[in-house]
Design a protein around this ligand. Structure first.
Ligand SMILES: Nc1nc2c(c(=O)[nH]1)N[C@H]1C(S)=C(S)[C@@H](COP(=O)(O)OP(=O)(O)OC[C@H]3O[C@@H](n4cnc5c(=O)[nH]c(N)nc54)[C@H](O)[C@@H]3O)O[C@H]1N2
Ligand SMILES: Nc1nc2c(c(=O)[nH]1)N[C@H]1C(S)=C(S)[C@@H](COP(=O)(O)OP(=O)(O)OC[C@H]3O[C@@H](n4cnc5c(=O)[nH]c(N)nc54)[C@H](O)[C@@H]3O)O[C@H]1N2
Ligand SMILES: [Mo]
Length: 763
């Protein structure tokens, strides 16, 4: 077994292939959702829990951050197949308790696959792995907090501690957590967003003055054209297909820009509608643009260049009045586009000039344009450039401050956007720190902290740090698995607040703790009664979430309670923040949020409204909140992309059967890949040119600045992907993503752009 496989052990797989599907959802999706309900919580209980998902009095789906419709919610269920999987996965009957850990050593668990680990069930007790120990053992909560407090106090400086957050954490828990971290004295708050939409935040903040999207769900229905770029909504945001379906019924023209013809991008049968499961479905695509991986900046520049040409020919292809009134920098962009060569644009995008001109002609006639995107645009060296090119195109068409138009980055984790709003950020704004200082009498540090990549490098270079994770699976989700594993093993203490067992519990510091917490579906009872929490969805709506299920174990603590206990253990009971009181009653946390963060006026009352409330969003109203008050066009020349012969660009993507590192099963139904995850999607002509055969096993080498990394034994799947491009699944291929390969400025790892070569595996 090679080293990389040891950190991501495969199951006994034997992949089989069928034709990729053209239609998303439908009866198969309903059957799949019910299958998970049956096997995890049990069908009767499962259906009851599912009836509460995304309902006004229920809980927020722990899956993606797609918004809920205002007012009316579907009686057939306001969730999708993959939301149902996430809910069933959390509310499983299976348990991982003290006996389990007594029976399975850390070493033995390390040999199991990610799928197997999480499938064992919900964590029930706090567990400790002591220095040199072979098995996790039970520990009392008091002892666990005392141990963390002591380790933190022993550090030579607060910046030797790192506090990661995954995006499922509620607003209340996130606010309290960052308050603790800053009271302790560091801004080391890396989060999953660093690996996700950081390029969107960085790019949009500079271009339009807010690092978030500007559209609402209703806007999608009113758009004339929607461009869906670098996103696989059929799998990762299935409820977005309902919104696209509504748009289609209003005659919206939908353009999909993706190297793969993903099922959800073609057609859709809506399981939330009566009769929606049957028939041939609604076609959701008017134009499919099979861009080369990494070719979006070239494509977008090409479209804008073509708009300039149309304007020269007398069409009103560019909104000159909007540009003059609201923006800066257009002349520089126009000059750069005019000088850009079509040869470069066509080569990098892999799209013919004619198609690019066709898009431009359509947009020239479009008043209401929306661009939506996800990881296909952000996880590139020029990820920020990709986003700013989207903003440039929208600005050229005056697509802000009116219905049916705007920017729509589609967020990943269900509260990743809220966590940022709550201050989970390594680069806090001075005004926010001032408000914490004023409200709580603490002295928050002013220097920026580590983001995810910097945190890994710091742990790698300086042993003895404390790593604390509020959710997530840091070891598997981050790039450069072997390097990151060494970083985690260098720590004096690693702590994970988790619901399920995962790889990060097994790649640990000298001492390790697992702190089991309540999940989204569960009743959260505190001293002052049953509490609810709140989240912000991908479109800036804040709403409440109330779990109804009996907790998986009586030992579980809520995330806010865990932070409060941590606060007292590390900072003492006499601290100026009333930790215990705040965790007794989350209304008090919300009052503090209101005092510190703009837009949360009257938080406790407004969050109790059935649909919640919208946060302020300047660009949505046509007000750009940049320093100058004007939107900024940003010039991005074509990146340098040159590959030696025989090298390919690999994108690492999700299957239909996973939520990030949580692997539900081994199928990728829509892509026609069954019972196998160590597979490599490759253009059939490339397969032939390399002399490979279908399902042949190959080893992958990645290249970066003279370094090589390896991942072995991937089976070739001939697939409609542009030549020279490859696709494989995350997290199996994270070992190939170099720690120093990240987006300019946003530092998002380039998970969608890894230079690789292939050779047949030795059997
Ligand atoms: N069921 C489920 N839902 C999820 C998740 C999950 O794992 N499972 N994850 C959640 C999270 S955290 C996130 S961030 C989102 C992720 O949602 P997505 O961004 O949709 O997820 P990926 O699988 O990374 O897919 C990226 C898509 O981009 C395309 N792509 C890759 N490279 C390029 C490129 O260079 N250009 C273009 N135009 N396209 C490209 C791929 O073909 C693929 O269709 O989903 C969230 N929702
Ligand atoms: N190669 C490659 N790498 C990537 C990506 C990629 O596309 N390609 N995508 C990146 C992206 S977009 C993201 S967002 C990151 C995701 O990175 P993370 O957010 O760190 O990873 P997840 O897999 O979502 O975390 C799963 C774990 O969260 C815990 N968990 C689940 N629910 C809860 C809860 O309610 N509370 C707590 N405390 N814990 C809970 C469970 O123990 C589960 O094992 O990965 C990134 N990594
Ligand atoms: Mo994400």
């Amino acid at each position: 077994m090679t080293k990389d496989i040891a950190l991501c052990p495969p199951e006994d797989e034997s992949p089989s292939l069928s034709s990729p599907q053209k239609v998303a959802a439908g009866a198969a999706a309903v059957a799949s959702a019910m299958g998970y309900a049956r096997s995890e919580p049990g069908l009767v209980r499962g259906l009851k829990i599912l009836s509460q998902v995304n309902q006004q009095a229920g809980f927020d789906c722990p899956g993606c951050a797609w918004p809920d419709p205002k007012g009316h919610r579907s009686e057939l269920g306001e969730y999708c197949e993959n939301g149902a999987k996430a809910v069933a996965w959390e509310s499983t009957k299976k348990r991982v308790g003290p006996d389990f850990f007594a029976q399975h050593s850390v070493e033995a668990l390390g040999a199991q696959s990610d799928h197997w680990l999480e499938k064992q069930g919900r964590l029930t007790h706090p567990m400790v792995l002591r220095p040199g120990g072979s098995n996790y053992q039970t520990v009392s909560w008091d002892e666990a907090f005392a141990l963390i407090g002591k380790e933190l106090q022993q550090l030579s400086k607060p910046d030797d501690a790192i506090f990661y957050t995954s995006g499922r954490t509620s607003n209340e828990a996130a606010f309290l957590y960052q308050l603790f971290v800053r009271s302790f004295g560091t801004n080391n708050l890396p989060d999953c967003s660093n690996m996700c939409h950081e390029s969107s935040g960085t790019g949009l903040s500079e271009s339009i003055g807010i690092g978030k999207g500007t559209v609402t769900l209703e806007d999608l229905e009113r758009a004339e054209v929607i461009m869906v770029m670098g996103q696989n909504p059929g799998t990762n945001h299935p409820r977005m297909l309902s919104a696209l379906q509504k748009a289609k019924r209003n005659d919206t023209y939908i353009i999909h820009v993706n190297p793969l013809p993903e099922a959800g991008l073609i057609s859709f049968k809506n399981p939330q509608e009566y009769g929606g499961w049957i028939g041939s479905g609604t076609s959701l695509s008017d134009l499919f643009v099979p861009v080369r991986v990494g070719g979006d900046l070239a494509l977008l520049n090409g479209v804008m260049k073509a708009l300039l040409v149309l304007e020269k020919a007398g069409q009103s292809a560019i909104d000159r009045a909007f540009i003059a009134d609201k923006t800066d920098g257009f002349e520089a962009l126009a000059e750069s586009l005019t000088n850009m060569s079509w040869t470069g644009i066509i080569q990098q995008s892999g799209i013919e000039q004619q198609t690019i001109e066709k898009i431009a002609e359509r947009l020239a006639r479009t008043e209401r344009l929306i661009i939506t995107w996800a990881m296909g645009l952000t996880q590139h060296k020029h990820g920020v450039g990709n986003i700013q090119a989207c903003a440039n195109l929208l600005l050229m068409r005056g697509a802000f401050g009116k219905p049916g138009a705007g920017a729509c980055p589609v967020r990943g984790h269900s509260n990743v956007q809220g966590d940022r709003t709550m201050g989970i950020w390594e680069k806090p704004k001075p005004a926010f720190l001032d408000s914490l200082e004023q409200e709580f009498g603490i002295k928050p540090p002013r220097e920026h902290g580590f983001d995810t990549v910097e945190a890994i490098k710091a742990m790698h270079e300086c042993p003895g740090k404390v790593f604390f994770a509020m959710g997530g699976n840091f070891a598997s989700a981050t790039p450069d698995t072997l390097y990151t594993a060494e970083a985690l093993r260098n720590c004096s203490l690693t702590v994970h607040v988790s619901t399920k067992l995962n790889r990060s519990h097994l790649i640990h510091g000298k001492t390790a703790l697992i702190l089991p917490c309540l999940g989204r579906t569960e009743v959260d009872e505190q001293t002052d009664g049953v509490q609810f929490v709140s989240m912000e969805n991908s479109m800036g709506m804040v709403h409440s979430s109330r779990g109804k299920q009996k907790p998986a174990s009586s030992e579980l603590l809520s995330e806010p309670r865990i932070v409060a206990c941590l606060g007292e253990a590390a900072l003492g009971k006499e601290h100026s923040v009333p930790w215990t009181q705040l965790a007794d009653n989350y209304d008090l946390i919300r009052d503090k949020i209101e005092a510190c963060i703009p837009g949360f006026d009257n938080y406790n009352a407004r969050v109790r409204e059935p649909d919640g409330f919208a946060l302020p969003n300047g660009p949505r109203e046509g007000r750009f909140t940049t320093p100058s008050g004007r939107a900024q066009f940003k010039v991005h020349e074509l990146p340098e992309i040159s590959l030696p012969d025989g090298h390919y660009i690999l994108m690492t993507i999700r299957t239909h059967d996973q939520f990030n590192t949580t692997i539900y099963g081994l199928d990728d139904r829509y892509r026609g890949i069954h019972n196998g995850r160590r597979v490599l999607l490759m253009n059939p002509e490339d397969v032939q040119a390399q002399g490979f055969k279908k399902l042949q096993e190959v080893d992958i080498t990645s290249y970066f600045k003279g370094e090589e990394r390896y991942a072995d034994k991937f089976k070739i799947v001939p697939y409609p992907i542009p030549r020279g491009c490859l696709g494989a699944y995350f997290p199996e291929t994270n070992v190939l993503v170099p720690i120093d390969s990240y987006a300019d400025r946003s530092k998002t790892p380039t998970s969608k752009f890894v230079e690789v070569s292939l050779k047949p595996s030795e059997s």
